[in-house]
Design a protein. Structure first.
Length: 123
């Protein structure tokens, strides 16, 4: 039996769908569940060596929400005061990092590094 081309893409779509849903649902402020105690440690996040360390997120979703919460507290509202140009997963040794490349409404571009090792891969 020959598999149609769109059926072969189904597994890839299922992996991408959660990301589409995540970013399409980010209209207002980032939400961090009030019963979760998330701690931001480390440096200012302007380089990988002094990344903002996120600790206490019980899963990937809460960790990602914490990243957006931090960015909104520092730079203002998402899609109003700043926008996300690119997000990349980086590895250094046994640590995992998110590089958030943002652009402020005045056109200034910033690279913000988050150490996500504590919550990366938790469902």
């Amino acid at each position: 039996m020959k598999i149609k081309w769109y059926m072969a893409l189904a597994p890839t779509f299922l992996l991408i769908l959660p990301l589409i849903m995540l970013f399409s649902s980010r209209e207002g402020s980032a939400q961090v569940s009030p019963e979760v105690r998330i701690i931001f440690e480390g440096g200012p996040g302007d380089a990988m060596d002094n990344a903002i360390v996120i600790k206490g997120a019980p899963n990937n979703q809460q960790g990602i929400d914490a990243e957006y919460y931090y960015l909104e507290k520092k730079f203002g509202r998402f899609k109003v005061d700043w926008k996300l140009n690119k997000q990349r997963l980086l590895h250094k040794g046994n640590k995992k990092f998110d590089l958030m490349q943002i652009e402020l409404k005045d056109g200034t571009r910033k690279d913000i590094y988050f150490d996500i090792t504590d919550f990366f891969g938790k469902l």
